[in-house]
Design a binder for this molecule. Structure first.
Ligand code: HEM
Ligand code: NAG
Ligand code: NAG
Ligand code: NAG
Length: 324
């Protein structure tokens, strides 16, 4: 009898160890495994299809997750439309006329609500998973996303304006914006590697290509000036690195050649042998190190201040609070 009980205790303990997933707050790897095993495969299917049609949507989904997490944590606040009583984040300066992918998130949410036979997958989790799946679809390495975030009931245009870094900041200000989210210099550098994907508009890099002659490659500046005049054509896009539809280390290589597109990109490599410089050089030369650190930093960013338990809700429609 004692032996049976000991064995039983042993198996229970072994099972607990085997199934203990890493957690953050109450986030877990297996949050949807029982309530909706089809959720994650469905998100991946839709992201793969969309990226196959338009690679840039992958970039846009990665950025959406970043702009969500930096403003009061990863709570899908960025997805809420304005209401008569709430000015949401969509109209914040870094987001207006710039963030995209909202329709794609709506499509994923609709599909997931169907395959799950109900509203169980949060919009915040969809953002985190869609960002990861986008990175993988564009050639990046997979990493495990913790799940179980709930969605915010409110959003703030002022919080978004305060928290999201603008492209004219110098390195110390960038470091401090990331520090506010408990992210290190290494996190700043490696997460900026997300600029391996996608594009930026003329208005975001104009000052750099005309005024930063001492920190920009002259041929690179001349080519950009031909596309981005001193006035007008504000929305003309240019890729953030040489290979905007591929997750690789070209972004960092470009920085070492003074071909960073944004002022903030080039701030990470100023040729002064600083810690930031060393990290940029490291990632430009060692893609394995980039994959490992990038995945870990995306997880860290994705775990910022999640709403769990009785905080927040699972939104039926990502654009509006339930019952509104
Ligand atoms: C370090 C501070 C950062 C600044 C100042 C910054 C700024 C910007 C700016 C100005 C754009 C172009 C927006 C436009 O032209 O409308 C952009 C694009 C982008 N950013 Fe960042 N960013 C930063 C960090 C990050 C991080 C941490 C991520 C993700 C982990 C990220 C992901 C992206 C992506 C993927 C795009 C391209 C989006 C697209 O093509 O739709 N950025 N960023
Ligand atoms: C948002 O962007 C549009 C298009 O550039 C502009 O007309 C509008 O004034 C902007 N709104 C805010 C609140 O900045
Ligand atoms: C950063 O860490 C501190 C100390 O652990 C914590 O109190 C704070 O809430 C964290 N901030 C964010 C944005 O996660
Ligand atoms: C460049 O600097 C000059 C002088 O400081 C300033 O007037 C101008 O607005 C800046 N930007 C561009 C695109 O020339």
């Amino acid at each position: 009898m004692a032996t049976t009980q000991t064995l039983f205790t042993f198996f229970v303990a072994a099972a607990v160890v085997a199934f203990a997933a890493p957690t953050s707050g109450q986030l877990t790897l297996d949050h949807y495994d029982h309530v909706c095993p089809q959720a994650l495969p469905t998100i991946k299917l839709l992201v793969d299809a969309a990226v196959g049609i338009e690679p840039r949507i992958g970039a846009s989904l990665v950025r959406l997750h970043f702009h969500d997490c930096f403003v009061n944590g990863c709570d899908a606040s960025v997805l809420l439309d304005d209401t008569p009583t709430m000015k949401g984040e969509k109209m914040a300066k870094p987001n207006n006329n710039s963030l995209r992918g909202f329709d794609m998130i709506d499509q994923i949410k609709t599909a997931v609500n169907i395959v799950c036979f109900g509203n169980v997958v949060s919009c915040a989790d969809i953002l985190a998973v869609a960002a990861r799946d986008s990175i993988v679809a564009l050639g990046g390495m997979p990493y495990d996303v913790l799940l179980g975030r709930q969605d915010a009931m409110t959003a703030s245009v002022d919080a978004a304006n305060a928290a999201i870094p603008n492209p004219l900041l110098d390195l110390p200000a960038l470091i401090s914006k990331f520090q506010s989210n408990n992210l290190t210099l290494q996190d700043l550098v490696v997460l900026s590697g997300a600029h391996t994907l996608g594009v930026a508009r003329c208005t975001t890099f104009r000052d750099r290509i005309y005024n930063e002659t001492s920190t920009i490659d002259p041929d690179f500046a001349a080519a950009l000036q031909a596309q981005c005049p001193r006035t007008g054509d504000d929305d003309v896009p240019h890729s953030l690195d040489e290979t905007p539809a591929k997750v690789d280390t070209e972004y960092f290589t470009g920085l070492t050649q003074r071909k960073g597109l944004l002022h903030t990109d080039q701030q990470l490599f100023q040729g002064d042998g600083s810690d930031a410089d060393s990290l940029v050089k490291l990632y430009s030369e060692n893609s394995d190190k980039f994959w490992a650190d990038f995945g870990a930093a995306m997880v860290k960013m994705g775990n910022l201040s999640p709403l769990t338990g009785t905080d927040g809700e699972v939104r039926e429609n990502c654009r509006v609070v339930n019952g509104d």
